[in-house]
Design a protein. Structure first.
Length: 496
């Protein structure tokens, strides 16, 4: 279920951009007039994400996951059957709303079901669809648009969506703590958070096309920041907040969240930048663009298999820091990219970026939950989703801003090779700065028995993420408990 949810959401977010030229011809509109089809998706996703934690706790993960998958599949069918642009935008909004429910709910269920050691081992498998989806989506979209038409960009979701819903109805079991049913809805916090995230998503996504100084973009950015500030102040004081922003008091979770928002920008920005180089600077086809970026998935999958085996010995800090240093080195070397750069050179660049980022994705996910209790899994997953959506929106904005800045001195209006080099340089500098912060994640101690079992975390784990719990000393003369009742500290989270 998790794999199907993540794959559907990622593919749909990427594949639609391939169909924009075909949509413009069908509706007799310019590509710039179709920005609403792309922007409405992350905006509605951002509005829905803050409510997902409460919905998971109040109505149960099984029910919400099946509801999200059903709505997403239905919205995909409606998008494929749209007769005009307003209908398509409305159904894309429904898609984004369902996607905003799917990602945090599926992650929350995953974090509640498995302890940290199991999550690290699972991540070596779960990362496959997360990386294959953005790599294969442009290629798949190009083939579908060229052979069957733009409607199949949406209709392709139906087989997997229907199969996932049927599987969940038969095999997915409900698990919901009794205390969660009595939880009250923080309507004020929910409205402030949803409106703030949605406004910021609109501003960041629309800024590159409408212009960062235009009134709608400026109003969205300033209004979103003000609403989120009010939301944080309200939920910091609330007894039952819509989002447990106090989780940011935990040092490990706070640092991992910052890197989720900023540390992923260099890699996601390269995923956006390389297709621009291939299609705009070099004048190649969309298929060439897709094959130039898909090698990053191979690099990530190779590194993850190694990282999953050494994570508990090395810790997240050295892995994340070294991975981001690798990203910085590759992107700084890529500043030599030009119009005559071969496709295999770009494929090598993306492969090396994937090798480096494989040391970042898995440790960040595991570190986010190292010192948190399982009872906070839903809210931790929601906050992590907000942070990653922030990086997803920031990446193209950073690249576009750099390209525009590099084009300002060129009177022809088309971006020269220097503009793309400036974008690579900007991404490399960001990766270098984030690498220094990544090393500060340190090497967390092993989870305590209570936190691994779902109870409150031990004081040593919550107060100092880098300290290890002390082993209890046995005293002579006292009767020992039976072996089955003993739970020595430091062994929590291990699996048979």
């Amino acid at each position: 279920m998790y794999l199907a949810s993540v794959f559907l959401v990622i593919v749909d977010g990427v594949i639609t951009t391939v169909a924009l030229p075909s949509l413009g011809r069908h509706f007799h509109l310019s590509p710039t007039s179709l920005d609403s089809v792309v922007v409405v998706y992350p905006v509605c996703l951002g509005i829905m994400v803050p409510a997902s934690a409460w919905l998971l706790e109040r109505f149960g993960g099984r029910r919400m996951l099946l509801l999200g998958l059903t709505l997403f599949t239905l919205a995909s069918a409606l998008c494929g059957l749209s007769r005009d642009l307003p209908q398509l935008v409305a159904f894309r909004a429904l898609q984004g709303t369902a996607a905003g429910l799917l990602t945090p709910v599926s992650q929350g269920l995953l974090f509640r079901t498995f302890d940290q050691r199991e999550q690290v081992r699972l991540a070596r498998v779960l990362i496959i669809p997360q990386q294959l989806a953005p790599a294969l989506a442009p290629v798949l979209g190009g083939v579908l648009v060229d052979t069957l038409g733009w409607r199949w960009v949406f209709l392709v979701n139906l087989p997997l969506g229907v199969a996932a819903v049927a599987f969940g109805v038969v095999f997915l079991h409900e698990h919901r703590p009794e205390a969660a049913r009595a939880r009250r809805l923080d309507l004020t916090g929910l409205l402030l958070s949803g409106a703030g995230v949605g406004a910021l998503m609109f501003g960041v996504c629309a800024g590159p096309d409408l212009g960062w100084g235009t009134p709608p973009v400026v109003a969205a950015l300033l209004g979103g920041a003000a609403l989120l500030t009010a939301a944080v102040r309200h939920q910091w004081r609330a007894r039952q907040p819509a989002l447990r922003v106090r989780l940011f008091e935990d040092r490990m979770f706070r640092r991992a969240s910052v890197l989720n928002a900023l540390g992923l920008v260099p890699f996601l920005g390269a995923m956006f930048l390389v297709p621009l180089v291939v299609q705009q600077l070099q004048g190649r086809s969309a298929l060439d663009s897709g094959t130039a970026t898909c090698t990053e998935a191979v690099g990530i999958l190779l590194t993850v298999q190694v990282v999953g085996r050494v994570y508990h010995r090395v810790g997240p800090g050295p892995l994340v820091g070294a991975g981001l240093l690798g990203v910085a080195a590759v992107e700084l070397c890529a500043t030599g990219t030009g119009a005559d750069t071969g496709l295999w050179t770009l494929r090598l660049v993306m492969f090396l970026l994937g090798l480096s980022m494989g040391a970042v994705y898995l440790p960040l996910t595991a570190a986010s939950l190292t010192t948190l209790d399982r009872a906070d899994a839903a809210h931790a997953a929601t906050l992590s989703t907000v942070m990653r959506q922030t990086s997803t929106a920031l990446a193209p904005a950073v690249v576009t801003a750099a390209v525009v800045l590099g084009t300002a001195s060129d009177r022809t209006g088309s971006p020269p090779a220097g503009a793309y080099r400036l974008a690579f340089l900007t991404l490399g500098v960001i990766a270098l700065l984030c690498a220094g912060y990544g090393f500060r994640l340190g090497r967390p101690g092993r989870p305590s028995p209570t936190s691994a079992a779902g109870g409150p975390p031990a004081s040593a784990a919550s107060a100092s993420p880098t300290s290890r719990p002390r082993l209890p000393r046995s005293r002579p003369g006292r009767p020992r408990r039976p072996r089955d009742d003993r739970a020595p500290a430091g062994r929590a989270g291990s699996t048979p």
